[in-house]
Design a protein around this ligand. Structure first.
Ligand SMILES: NC(=O)c1ccc[n+]([C@@H]2O[C@H](COP(=O)([O-])OP(=O)(O)OC[C@H]3O[C@@H](n4cnc5c(N)ncnc54)[C@H](OP(=O)(O)O)[C@@H]3O)[C@@H](O)[C@H]2O)c1
Length: 271
C-alpha cells in the first residue's frame, strides 16, 4: 500500500513541527511550508530526504500556496490529508489593534487556511484512490471511476482535512477577539465543508487546543499563565505532543466515520 501524503502548514516550529515528526514516524510522506525554516526542520529533511518536502512560502500569498500544493503533487503524486495549522496571534484589546494586525490575522489564519484547503481539495477530487480496482468490463470501469472521485484510502479510510482552531473561538479571551474571530470562522468553514465534501469521501474536522507551550503563547504574562494552570483540571498548559495524537486520529482510519466535528484538547478547560 502506498504511503499517504499529508500537508501541514507552518511546520517549522511549535505544533506544526511536532506534527511533521509524528507523521513521518507514522510513515506518511509529508509536505510543509513556513516563512522561515528551523534547524530541527533542516535535520528532519536530512534524515527523511525522500519523504519530507519543506518550502519557504507565505500562507497569506495565494500564488505561493498554489505553487506549494502543485510542487507537493509533483513530488509525491497525490494529497491524502491537509492540516491547516499556520497562524499568528497579535495580542491587544480591539480599540488599540492596527489595521495591519487585523489584516495579518485574517490573511494568514483564515484566508490562508481556506485557500490551502481549496487547493488540496481540488487535487483530492481529481485523484484516484491508491487501491482503486483494476477496471475489467463496463461495470468495473464505472466502479473504478466512482472510487476515483471519492478520495478513498485503503481500509475504509478517506481523505481528510483538519483545521487548527483554538478554545478561544468558543470561549473568548480578552485581547484575542480578532484571533478568536479567525478561529471561529475556521470552525464554521470546517462544518460546512464537511457537508459539502462528505459525499465525495473527504472528511473535514477541526481541533481546538487550549493554551500550549509554544512560541505563539510566549507573550502570556506569568500572572495569566499561573491563572490558566490553576483553572485547568489537568493542572498544566498543553504541549504540542498533547495535540498531535488527536490530529493523527482525525487523519487516520479510526476516524473514518467522523466529520464536521471540533475536538477540544485543553486539559479539561480553563474558564
Ligand atoms: N500555542 C497555543 O497556545 C495555541 C492554542 C490554541 C491553538 N493554537 C493554534 O495552533 C496552531 C499552531 O500554533 P503554535 O503554537 O505551534 O504556533 P507557533 O509556534 O507560533 O508556530 C506557528 C507556525 O506557523 C508558521 N506561520 C506563521 N505565519 C505563517 C505564514 N504567514 N505563512 C506560513 N507559515 C506561517 C510559523 O512559521 P514562520 O513564522 O516561519 O512562518 C510556524 O511554523 C495555530 O493555528 C494556533 O492558532 C495554538
Amino acid at each position: 500500500m502506498a504511503a499517504a501524503t499529508t500537508i501541514v502548514s507552518g511546520g517549522s516550529r511549535g505544533l506544526g513541527l511536532a506534527l511533521v515528526e509524528r507523521l513521518l514516524a507514522r510513515g506518511d510522506n509529508v509536505a510543509t511550508f513556513s516563512r522561515s525554516g528551523s534547524a530541527r526542520l533542516k535535520q528532519l529533511q536530512a534524515d527523511h530526504a525522500t519523504r519530507l518536502h519543506a518550502e519557504i512560502a507565505d500562507a497569506a500569498n495565494s500564488t505561493q500556496l498554489q505553487r506549494f500544493v502543485a510542487a507537493t503533487v509533483g513530488r509525491f503524486g497525490r494529497i491524502d490529508h491537509c492540516v491547516a495549522n499556520a497562524a499568528v496571534a497579535h495580542d491587544g484589546v480591539l480599540a488599540t489593534l492596527s489595521d495591519a494586525a487585523i489584516d495579518d490575522m485574517l490573511a494568514i489564519n483564515l484566508k490562508g487556511s481556506i485557500v490551502l484547503v481549496r487547493e488540496c481539495v481540488r487535487q483530492m477530487l481529481l485523484q484516484p484512490g491508491p487501491s482503486a480496482p483494476t477496471a475489467v468490463g463496463a461495470e468495473a470501469t464505472q466502479e473504478a471511476a466512482q472510487e476515483a472521485t471519492r478520495g478513498s484510502l485503503p481500509g475504509g479510510s478517506v481523505s481528510s482535512i483538519v483545521v487548527v482552531s483554538s478554545v478561544v473561538a468558543m470561549r473568548g479571551s480578552p485581547g484575542l477577539a480578532v484571533y478568536a474571530a479567525t478561529k471561529a470562522g475556521l470552525e464554521g468553514f470546517a462544518r460546512s465543508l464537511a457537508r459539502e465534501l462528505g459525499p465525495r469521501g473527504i472528511r473535514v474536522n477541526a481541533i481546538a487546543p487550549g493554551f500550549l507551550e509554544t512560541d505563539l503563547s510566549a507573550a502570556l504574562s506569568p500572572t495569566d499563565r499561573t491563572r490558566i494552570v490553576r483553572r485547568t483540571p489537568l493542572g498544566r498548559l498543553g504541549a504540542a505532543a498533547d495535540v498531535t495524537g488527536a490530529i493523527l486520529f482525525l487523519t487516520g482510519p479510526q476516524a473514518a466515520f467522523m466529520t464536521g466535528q471540533t475536538l477540544t484538547i485543553d486539559g479539561g478547560g480553563s474558564s
